[in-house]
Design a protein around this ligand. Sequence first.
Ligand code: CP
Length: 310
Amino acid sequence: MNSLKLSGRHLLRIADLSTDEIMGLINTAERFLEISEREIKKVPTLRGKTVVNLFFEPSTRTRTSFEIAGKRLSADVINISVQASSVSKGETFKDTVLNIAAMRPDVIVVRHSSPGAALYASQIAGCSVINGGDGAHAHPTQALLDLMTIHMHKKRFENLKVSIVGDILHSRVARSDINALSRLKADITLCAPPTLLPKRSEVFGARVTHSIEEAVADADVIMMLRIQQERMAQGLFPSLREYAEYFCLTPKVMEKAKKDVIIMHPGPINRGVEISAEVADGPYSLILYQVTHGVAMRMAALYLLCVGEG
Ligand code: CP
């Protein structure tokens, strides 16, 4: 086995990983997938290690999959519910991290609405920190599980046509996916209303369109994103109904797609807004496979940060 040299490091953003490290994480996660198919879904690999999930924002997939991933590797996993913690009594983020760190965990997974929160935690925690999503900045394990899903179904990234459709401006998933896919030489198209696109400097030379039909035609991979109303300071489009009229992935729009296209979405999905129920539940959709892969990818991340071999 080649050492990926991730032991003791942090996982804060995709940009901190080399393409070899990205591929190493994908290969390790693909090997871990079968553990979740066993009757006894547990191996002793991280026995004696402690993982703390410190989530200041709601989460279904990321928090649960980190918990399941840690437990399947026999780590002790503790979930801190911020509502039930001393944050509700006014304790700061810094003091919360310092106090959790004083209990000597091996990994802290941080989700926070502020960009840079996980980086700050990594500077004071004295153990590995994984960014479970910080504002609109980065969500590296989501991008890694997205890449794993693409790799398992398309076997390559180079020249693969990937269209990312939706609220790209507020999406930490899109920023992380764009960074990784552009370095792996995928051919990226971004599709959104002009008000929901990031600055040119953030799109790494991706093609931009405002037509979902154009984005879908010829795409090998379609990644849909939800409208993140919780991060919008002002109305950036007239109404959800009008947004859906132009940007919802429906069976009619799918008539333009290739027959071997795959459809992805990081979740949570808003049926009838960015994706219709028929498409979300249809034959091209890998949305629930992404969730399954998320457990394996988080097993890979915990394993490589704690042990370091891929
Ligand atoms: N994709 C994702 O991050 O989902 P959660 O917000 O449920 O963790």
